[in-house]
Write a protein that binds this ligand. Structure first.
Ligand code: UFG
Length: 342
């Protein structure tokens, strides 16, 4: 019998890539999304890539407790991967109530449904944002969490704590894994799924590709006076397909009962710091084009540098990031061109 994974927020950027990898690894997947921040482009792309025209899709808002319960009644769910959340840092500062209500409410409903259905394996998509500006680099899972600098970041920390507490109280019925993502970028090599930001992108790579295609006039590089080798910030950019594969290893570890603790935490990164300027230069080089960019003031809230020590995930999950920044930036550009019909 195939095991079934519920992917909440499964029509979005990360969710759609994870769905492809789960299906390719032999899992059955139920994709659920309220479509508040995406359209059906990626879901249709997933069906095409995997040849699964019959892939189940449920339009569900996880803030609706009754609808969430009904989903757990309808399917026998072996694991849930919870992505459904708002994710814009700046917007969360302006609309904290909306962020806390949505990001905490949806996760609480998932956990409640897991409880009423006799337990479940729960994977929560967390973020390197929980580390803030770390005192020591690279960061390990033991590195202390820093106070959140935005309501968005606070929801990630709170959901981590909620899952830890729920697992502890469940007497083994609920198992949890927290994956802390660094900076996911790129697109599927088929160019059928990728990042589809609404409006002006906040993140670097979509802004780069939209500038290259002519949707944006000029990329602003936020600050070149940081205490780093070239003055621009350092991040750990991880290929979206590599990141998606980490979920398959984590889900399998939970389902096969291989966990060493009932709630585990893993960094999902490459261990390789790359500066904003290096990323821009690599994009130009690998795709053979010139990007219009300028140096702009620092963006409030940005940390100088953060990158992962991925040793634990490498060792325990048997997973490792394999794609080069160049391959990833090629895929990101192929996706932007696909969107433009080129
Ligand atoms: N940057 C630019 N110009 C842009 C966009 C970004 O120079 O137009 C720079 C930023 O200043 C930063 C780097 O590119 O130095 C990466 O910025 P992103 O916005 O792509 O990513 P962040 O590291 O800021 O954000 C990521 C996740 C968030 C998470 C945050 C926590 O996308 O979800 O890490 O650190 F909250």
């Amino acid at each position: 019998m195939k095991k079934t994974v519920l992917v909440s927020g499964g029509a979005g950027f990360i969710g759609s890539h994870v769905t492809v990898e789960l299906l390719e690894a032999g899992y059955e997947v139920v994709v659920a999304d309220n479509m508040s921040n995406c359209d059906m482009t990626c879901f249709e792309g997933v069906k095409k890539i995997t040849g699964r025209a019959d892939l189940p899709f449920e339009k569900v808002d996880f803030c609706d407790a009754v609808a969430t319960e009904a989903l757990f009644d309808k399917y026998k769910i072996d694991a849930v991967i919870h992505f459904a959340a708002f994710k814009a840092v700046g917007e969360s500062v302006d609309k904290p109530v909306m962020y806390y209500k949505n990001n905490l409410g949806s996760f609480l409903n998932v956990l409640e449904a897991a409880q009423t259905h006799g337990g479940c394996n729960v994977l929560f998509s967390s973020s390197a944002t929980v580390y803030g500006q770390p005192e020591k680099l690279p960061v390990t899972e033991e590195s202390p969490r820093q106070p959140a600098t935005s309501p968005y970041g606070a929801t990630k920390q709170m959901c981590e704590d909620i899952l830890q507490d729920t697992v502890k109280a469940s007497g083994g019925a609920i198992k949890g894994i927290l994956l802390r993502y660094f900076n996911p970028i790129g697109a599927h090599p088929s160019a059928l799924i990728g990042e589809l930001p609404r409006g002006v992108p906040n993140n670097l790579v979509p802004f780069i590709t939209q500038t290259a295609i002519g949707k944006r006039e000029c990329l602003s590089i936020f600050g070149d006076d940081y205490p780093t080798p070239d003055g621009t910030c350092l991040r750990d950019y991880i290929d979206i397909v590599d990141l998606a594969k980490a979920h398959v290893f984590a889900v399998t570890r939970m389902i096969e009962g291989k966990m060493k603790k009932d709630c585990e935490v893993f960094n999902v990164g490459t261990g390789r710091p790359v500066s904003v300027m290096e990323l821009v230069t690599a994009f130009e080089k690998v795709n053979g084009l010139k990007l219009n960019y300028k140096i702009a003031p620092r963006r409030p809230g940005d940390v100088t540098a953060v990158w992962a020590d991925p040793t634990l995930a490498n060792k325990e999950l048997g997973w490792k990031a394999t794609r080069s920044v160049e391959e990833t930036l090629k895929a990101a550009w192929a996706w932007e061109k696909h969107l433009a019909g080129k």
